[in-house]
Design a protein around this ligand. Sequence first.
Ligand code: IPM
Ligand code: MG
Length: 368
Amino acid sequence: MSNPSLLILPGDGIGPEVMAEVRKVIDWFGAKRDLAFDVSEDLVGGAAYDAHGTPLTDETMAKAQEVDAVLLGAVGGPKYDALDFSVKPERGLLRLRKEMDLFSNLRPAQCFDALADFSSLKRDVVAGLDIMIVRELTSGIYFGEPRGIIKEGNERVGINTQRYTESEIARVARSAFELARRRGNKVCSMEKANVMESGILWRDVVTEVHQAEYADVELSHMYADAGAMQLCRWPKQFDVIVTDNLFGDLLSDAAAMLTGSLGMLPSASLGAPMGNGRPKALYEPVHGSAPDIAGQGKANPIACVLSFAMALRYSFDQGAEADRLEAAVEKVLADGVRTADLLQAEGETPVSTSEMGDAIIAALDAGL
Ligand code: IPM
Ligand code: MG
C-alpha cells in the first residue's frame, strides 16, 4: 500500500519558516513511528502570484483535490495590498476552501497550563480551557451573491450578501454535534436571529437537526454578540460552538487570544468523505503571515505543528500519535522553552523558530 499523501503549501510571510519545522516533525514520524507520508510542496498566495500571476494555479488546485490532506502555512502581506481583489493572496486560500468544499472549520482553543498566566484574562478564567469552535467555511457573506462595489447615482455602494441554504446549515450542525459527542456533549449555536433572517433560519435548522438526530447532545443558542461577551467572561461554559463563516472568523480570533498567543492555535477544515473514506481536508494555523517578523526566525511554529497533529487525528486515524505530538509540545512549554511571542518577563531569552522545532523533536524522542 502506498503512503498517505500530503501537499504542503507554505505560502507567505512566516509560512515557510514555520512549515520547515513541521517538515522535521513529519520526517520524525516517518523515521521513528513507521508513519511515512508522500510529501509534495507547492506555492499559494503571494508566493504563487509572484511566480505565476495568480494566488493559486489550476495545477495546484488539482493537486489539492487529489491528495489525502493539504497543510497550509499562511497567505498575504503588505507587498500585495495594492493588487486587484481577484488576485490577492487570500483569494488562493478561499478558492481552496470553496472548491474542496471544506464546510466545517474546526478551531480548538486550548489553554496550555504552562501558558495560563500569559492570557490577558485571569488564570482561573482560562486555566484548563478546552473549547472547539466549528465555523461554517464555504458559504455565508464570504461567498454570497450579489456582491461588489457599484455606482448608485454619484456615489459608490459596497455590497455583500449573507446567504445560507438549509442543507449548508444542517451539514455543519451535524459536524458540530458529532464532535460534541466525542467531547463534552454540549453545543452552543451562535447567530443574530434577532436581526437577520439567515440567523432565524440558522437557529431553526440547528434545532431541527438536533431534535431529529442528536437529542442526546445538550444544545443552547446565543446571539453572536452575547457569545463574544460570554467568551471573555467565562469561556469554560462552552464545549463546542457552531457558527457561521463571518461570526466564526471573529469569534475564533477572540477565543484564540484567550489562550495567550495566536501562535499556538491550529485548525482543520474538513469536507465530505472522499472515495477512500477520508474527509477532504486542509490544515492550517489560525495565525496569519505576520509580515512584521517574517524571515527573522522569530515565529512560533507550534500552531503549524499542532495543525499536523490535527491531520494525524482527523485525516489519518492516528489519534494516539496526535496525542504523542501534543504531549511533546506540552512538555516543551512546561520546560520553559519560549519563542518571542511567549515571553513574559524582561530579560527572558527567546528561542528561534528552528530551535523550537528542535525542542519538539527532542521531546518526541524523549517520549519514545
Ligand atoms: C482566517 C483568516 C481568513 C478568513 C483570511 C486570511 C481570508 O482571517 O482564516 O480566519 O477571513 O477566513
Ligand atoms: Mg480570521
